[in-house]
Design a protein around this ligand. Structure first.
Ligand code: IFM
Length: 491
């Protein structure tokens, strides 16, 4: 792959060279998993949660100025009433895998609970059973950014009590649903995104700004929470497949000659990407200098019981790369900022489209984490990958956004990258697109739409976009057929 072709818009896009005459058929392995990924708060519209504000996010969305388009997730996609039709959609797209997350606040409305909320258990049991009856593999996430209010009020993941409650929650969930209904367990989704946005960026609850120590405390507790959940799942299901997702991003310095930009690139790569998996490899959380100059950070370093080796597969969420830039200010911030400079085409969230990064990650970047302690190659799953387009939450009828060329191009380019990596020997076993439906994109609100399927929020009507149809075709054939000639004019 060479990052050197020009798109019609004049921006660069990554290129893949495919040689030979006749149709090019890029087949995937027979047992490849194809699916979509979702999360509960972003789609459910859980009335009880919303009415009683039992989660940190249901409180957050109603605070002035928190959500950029002033929307809330109060109704979202009303998945709780539409799940059957949504599973039908997945089936009509030939998918064989579905990723969902469990609503911890709604399942465990009180601390120290000894049983889960029966209504919510019934809902998830019905959904998971329906998926299993129709032959789907299931990925279930236990913590996807939302905490019960009683825990967030007590400091959330900064408070070690949250670890105990998470362990208890995990045990109750596993006793209810596994192993019959769950094939892959994800303890945490993107723990760095949670720690960074919640304690440093200030745009997610609890709203901390520049609170690095708070973020590092949360990181330690999240890793400990993962290790404890991993142990519980394995105690109850010895051969379970357990991991957590990492939102992996290649970082590049804004100027390669600027040592400050290079330092921010190094720090970001370190904390966003490597810290998590390296801690699991060694069982020992270590922050790099100069962070350890601070006594409070040094205190957080050290062995975490049960962490070593506690992932059974690699779960990669891959979207974009980031250009890092040092910001001239006092006091200086060694993590710098995300630069607006874009070398490649961008999505409407300003995220560069960089499929080469996925190829390089799968073939080289993951090398230190590719094998478990017994020398077995870990399976790799792309547990998220997708592109946002921006359309107001008020839109209803019409053909707006249905012809989503950019998402089609994004999807194809990333699937070509995955295919090429598989051919090069990467142990990739599945690809889950983010997301099935348009949904509530956290601080961006409902307007940032990631769905293969459009949701008209006023009516909740679902309509397949062009990308959904093309994805269905690829999955149906388990292959990309002539991707360059058929669909992707500027590859
Ligand atoms: O919507 C999120 C999801 O919750 C976690 N991964 C990234 C997605 C897009 O930002």
């Amino acid at each position: 792959m060479q990052p050197d072709a020009k798109t019609p818009g004049g921006l660069h896009t990554s290129t893949v060279s495919l040689q030979g005459d006749g149709p090019v058929i890029l087949s995937f392995p027979d047992d490849f998993l194809w699916g979509v990924a979702t999360s509960h708060f972003q789609i459910e519209g859980n009335r009880h949660e919303i009415k009683n504000r039992i989660s940190d996010w249901s409180n957050w969305t109603v605070q002035e100025g928190r959500i950029l388009d002033q929307s809330t997730a109060d109704r979202a996609c009303d998945f709780l009433s539409h799940y059957e039709a949504d599973v039908d959609l997945c089936q009509s797209m030939n998918l064989n895998t579905f990723r969902l997350s469990l609503n911890w606040p709604a399942l465990m409305p009180k601390p120290g609970a000894t049983e889960l909320d029966p209504e919510m258990v019934k809902f998830y049991r019905t959904l998971l059973q329906m998926l299993k009856d129709r032959g789907f593999k299931t990925f279930v996430t236990l913590f996807h950014f939302c905490l019960p209010t009683y825990l967030s009020d007590a400091g959330g993941w900064r408070n070690a009590k949250t670890i105990d409650e998470f362990e208890r929650f995990t045990e109750l969930v596993v006793k209810e649903f596994g192993p019959e209904l769950v094939d892959f367990w994800l303890t945490l989704n993107e723990p760095l995104a949670y720690s960074y946005q919640g304690f440093i960026g200030g745009c997610w609850p609890p709203g901390g700004k520049g609170d690095y120590v708070g973020a590092f405390e949360a990181i330690r507790n999240l890793l400990e929470g993962h290790a404890r959940a991993y142990a519980v799942i394995h105690r109850l299901i010895p051969n379970a497949k357990v991991s957590f997702t990492v939102h992996w991003m290649p970082f590049v310095p804004r100027s390669s000659w600027n040592p400050f930009d290079k330092m921010t690139q190094f720090m970001r790569d370190e904390i966003f990407n490597h810290l998590w998996m390296r801690s699991v490899e060694t069982g020992n959380l270590q922050f790099v200098p100069p962070l350890t100059v601070d006594k409070r950070v040094r205190k957080l370093c050290g062995v975490i019981p049960g962490l070593r080796g506690s992932i059974d597969f690699l779960a990669i969420n891959y979207y974009t790369r980031q250009v890092s830039e040092f910001e001239m200010k006092w006091p200086p911030d060694i993590f710098g900022i995300r630069s607006d400079l874009a070398e490649f085409e961008v999505s409407s969230l300003g995220w560069e489209i960089y499929p080469d990064g996925l190829y390089k990650l799968l073939t080289h970047g993951l090398d230190p984490y590719r094998y478990d302690d017994h020398g077995n190659a870990r399976e790799i799953y792309i547990t998220e990958n997708g592109l946002a387009s921006m359309f107001s939450a008020e839109l209803s009828d019409g053909d707006w956004s249905l012809n989503d060329e950019l998402r089609v191009n994004y999807l194809l380019a990333h699937l070509i990258a995955v295919h090429k990596a598989v051919k090069a020997g990467a142990n990739v076993k599945g690809y889950l697109h983010w997301s099935l439906l348009d949904n509530f994109e956290w601080s961006e609100g409902l307007r940032a739409r990631f769905g293969l399927v459009r949701v008209a929020y006023p009516t909740l009507e679902r309509t397949m976009r062009k990308s959904a149809k093309i994805f269905a075709e690829i999955v149906g054939k388990n292959a990309l057929v002539d991707p360059v000639n058929s669909f992707y004019p500027y590859l």
